[in-house]
Design a protein around this ligand. Structure first.
Ligand code: NI
Length: 178
C-alpha cells in the first residue's frame, strides 16, 4: 500500500466531475486500499478519489464509530469503500455539522444538509449495497459524493466566506512555491 498525495484548493482537479467505475478490478481495489491508508494517515474520516487526483467515482469513509451495542472486544476501524455511490433518498429534516476537508486543511465551517439519507453503492468486492445513514455518517457520505461532482463544502457557504478561504489558500500556495 502507499500513501498518496492529497490535493488542496485551489487545485483545478477538485472542481472536475468524476467518471463512474465500470468494473471493480485489481486496480480499483488497489486504489481503494491506498486511499484508505492515505485517509488514516492524514488523518481524516473520508476521502474521495479526485482528492488524490483521480477523477473516478470512488470514496473511502471511516467515521471511527461502531454500533452502540457492539462488543467491546471488537476494537479498531470500520472502513466503508463506496464505488459509484448514489443518494437515492434524503430526509426533509436538515442537520448542521461543522465540516472540514483534507483538501482545505485547518478550515472548518457549519454546513446544513439532509439529516438522513439512503445511499446505493458498490463495495470493494463488487457487491451492490444500500445503506441508511444519519448523524455524522450521513454528512460524511454527502460531503464525499459532492467531491465526485466537483463540489467542495465551502461551495455550500456564502460567496463572501468562500472567496476569503480560496484567497487565503491561493496566497499560501504562492508563498510556498517562491
Ligand atoms: Ni472533503
Amino acid at each position: 500500500m502507499a500513501i498518496l498525495d492529497i490535493l488542496t484548493i485551489p487545485d483545478k482537479l477538485l472542481k472536475e466531475p468524476s467518471k463512474p467505475i465500470e468494473q471493480v478490478d485489481d486496480d480499483v481495489q488497489k486504489l481503494l486500499d491506498n486511499m484508505l491508508e492515505t485517509m488514516y494517515d492524514a488523518p481524516g474520516i473520508g476521502l474521495a478519489a479526485p482528492q488524490v487526483g483521480i477523477l473516478r467515482r470512488i470514496v473511502t469513509i471511516d467515521i471511527g464509530e461502531r454500533e452502540e451495542d457492539s462488543m467491546q472486544d471488537k476494537p479498531g476501524k470500520e472502513p466503508f469503500f463506496m464505488i459509484n455511490p448514489e443518494i437515492i433518498w434524503t430526509s426533509g429534516e436538515p442537520s448542521v455539522y461543522q465540516e472540514g476537508c483534507l483538501s482545505i486543511p485547518n478550515y472548518y465551517a457549519d454546513v446544513e444538509r439532509p439529516a438522513e439519507i439512503i445511499v446505493e453503492y458498490i463495495d470493494r468486492a463488487g457487491k451492490k449495497c444500500e445503506l441508511k445513514a444519519d448523524g455524522l455518517m450521513a454528512t460524511c457520505v454527502q460531503h464525499e459524493i459532492d467531491h465526485l461532482d466537483g463540489i467542495l463544502f465551502i461551495d455550500h457557504l456564502s460567496k463572501l466566506k468562500r472567496d476569503r478561504v480560496i484567497k487565503k489558500f491561493t496566497k499560501l500556495k504562492k508563498a510556498q512555491t517562491l
